[in-house]
Design a protein around this ligand. Structure first.
Ligand code: FES
Ligand code: FES
Length: 150
């Protein structure tokens, strides 16, 4: 089956019931997308599918056949980090970083759709992204700072 990942068409040998997360990590080597809960509850595996952020651990490949998927690796442009990535780096907003890929994907989608999102809206949008390190406040501040550059 063929899907588009980060702008390139890729042909996958995994069967249609394989999760998108497994195909991304194990077949394509895109390990930025993380396996957290595996149950659609933590947000570590979030990817963007044609404008909708989805938990790739709960998304079978057949559901994205022929569609365009953007992972955290696909958010940078010409070697430049996405503004959300850069703001998180600049502020050292993460601790262990395990949650960050999913958060970056969700926050990038939010600022694409709502470039003037305020702190409450950012916090609401990231509600499904768990951070066990308790870095949420710094992460929200970084996303707010990124608005100027999106
Ligand atoms: S690993 Fe997919 S939501 Fe937690
Ligand atoms: S920074 Fe460790 S889980 Fe979020």
């Amino acid at each position: 089956m063929v899907i588009t990942v980060n702008g390139a068409d890729v042909s996958l040998v995994s069967d249609g019931e394989t999760t998108l997360l497994t195909a991304l990590r194990d077949e394509l080597g895109l390990v930025g997308t993380r396996f957290g809960c595996g149950q659609g509850l933590c947000g570590a595996c979030f990817v963007d599918v044609e404008g909708t952020v989805m938990p790739s651990c709960q998304t079978p490949l057949w559901q994205v056949e022929g569609r365009a998927v953007t992972t955290v690796e696909g958010l940078s442009r010409d070697g430049e980090a996405h503004p959300v990535q850069q703001a998180i780096l600049d502020r050292q907003a993460a601790q262990c970083g395990f949650c960050i890929s999913g958060i970056v994907v969700r926050a990038a989608a939010l600022l694409r759709d709502e470039p003037d999102a305020d702190a409450d809206r950012v916090a609401e949008a990231l509600d499904r992204n768990l951070c066990r390190c308790g870095s949420q406040r710094r992460i929200v501040e970084a996303v707010l700072a990124a608005r100027e550059s999106v």
